[in-house]
Design a protein around this ligand. Structure first.
Ligand code: F6P
Length: 342
């Protein structure tokens, strides 16, 4: 059997570990051969391929990014997209496709599988950890570790100058990175997209930390919004998801804190640093297991499924279930963390 593999959406530490797991088990245990598709769904759409065999995956386990390249191409929006994919798969004699990606990439896999009989298996990926049906996505742990290390470093410089340091982390729709790194790094305020924040309350927390002789650290997810919708967008352009880009919440907040409390404030935007570089041990472990189970799905002919982590087990769930809604932070979980703020 010949199996196609692609990686779509934003890159994420651990993608190469998944690819390696798929290829090694596929070749050594099942005798399959592989075709790598370049740049997500663009690859099968245009027949753009990469050699994918045992030598190609040697040494890639600790490497960040993806050897296959990635893009946010959506073939369902391309002219004759489905027809073109089917033709390319037939031409290359590819009998099954493993798509590694987030909501958008897996949403395409779900539709191709269910509506157009293209045999697809999905592997969940995103640093944001906002895919439902899996407890964790790989890449998240690495991003949280990077953000936590940054917060640790910012504590010492904040204290030396007795300043407020606002750290903006990724998370447009879900505050998982903010919540986990903020808690792990001992932040004094954590702001997430799921719950609008009150600037006055943030300033009250900041002031109370100064009174206790602490220089406060405020962690804010990029998608967090003030309660009164008073955030002035720095850039109203559309991002690659077609959403209005809400850049600048961290910078905006630091200015507000400074003018309302009279305390000096600085902003650090971590940005794509959170997505680059080598995956953590946990992400290598999870990504490798996802890869091994994804090729098992192919071998069993179990298509239209996504591999998922439930507690410590890898299970199979329908792709449609996994992409139906985003997994956001539960208000109760957020409340639990809030005990540190006052
Ligand atoms: O979905 C992952 C993610 O890193 C988000 O956290 C972030 O908002 C977005 O991708 C950034 O996308 P781009 O790489 O297109 O700027």
């Amino acid at each position: 059997m010949r199996v196609g593999v692609l990686t779509g959406g934003g890159d994420c530490p651990g993608l190469n570990a998944v690819i390696r797991g798929i290829v090694r088990k596929g070749v050594q245990e099942y005798g399959y051969d592989f075709v790598g598709f370049r740049d997500g769904w663009r690859g099968p759409l245009e027949g753009d391929t990469v050699r994918l065999d045992i030598p190609a995956v040697r040494g890639i386990l600790p490497r960040g990014g993806t050897i296959l390249g990635s893009s946010r191409t959506n073939p369902l929006k391309a002219e004759n997209g489905v027809r073109r994919i089917k033709d390319q798969l037939a031409k290359l004699d590819v009998q099954a496709l493993i798509a590694i990606g987030g909501e958008d990439t897996l949403g395409v896999a779900a539709r191709l599988s269910d509506e157009y009989a293209v045999p697809c298996v999905g592997v969940p990926k995103t640093i944001d950890n906002d895919l439902s049906a899996t407890d964790y996505t790989f890449g998240f742990d690495t991003a949280v570790n990077i953000a936590t290390e940054a917060i640790d470093r910012l504590h010492t410089t904040a204290e030396s100058h007795m300043r407020v340091l606002v750290v903006e982390v990724m998370g447009r729709h879900a505050g998982w990175i903010a919540l986990h790194s903020g808690l792990a790094g001992g932040a004094n305020v954590i702001l997430i997209p799921e719950q609008r924040f009150d600037v006055e309350q943030v300033c009250a927390w900041v002031t109370s930390r100064f009174r206790a002789s602490y220089a406060p650290i405020v962690v804010v997810a990029e998608g967090a919004m003030p309660r009164d919708g008073e955030l002035v967008l720095k850039d109203g352009s559309l991002d690659s998801f077609g959403h209005v880009r809400l850049s600048g919440v961290g910078e905006w907040l630091a200015k507000e804190i400074e003018s309302r409390t009279g305390k000096e404030a600085r902003t650090t935007v971590l940005g794509h640093v959170q997505r680059g570089g080598t995956p953590s041990a946990f992400d290598r472990w999870l990504a490798t297991r996802f890869g091994l189970h994804a090729i098992d799905c192919v071998h069993d002919g179990d298509f239209g499924k996504m591999v998922a982590l439930r507690a410590t087990d890898i299970v199979r769930v329908p792709l449609v279930e996994a992409t139906a809604r985003l997994k956001t932070v539960d208000p109760e979980l957020y409340q639990e963390v809030g005990v540190f703020f006052g």
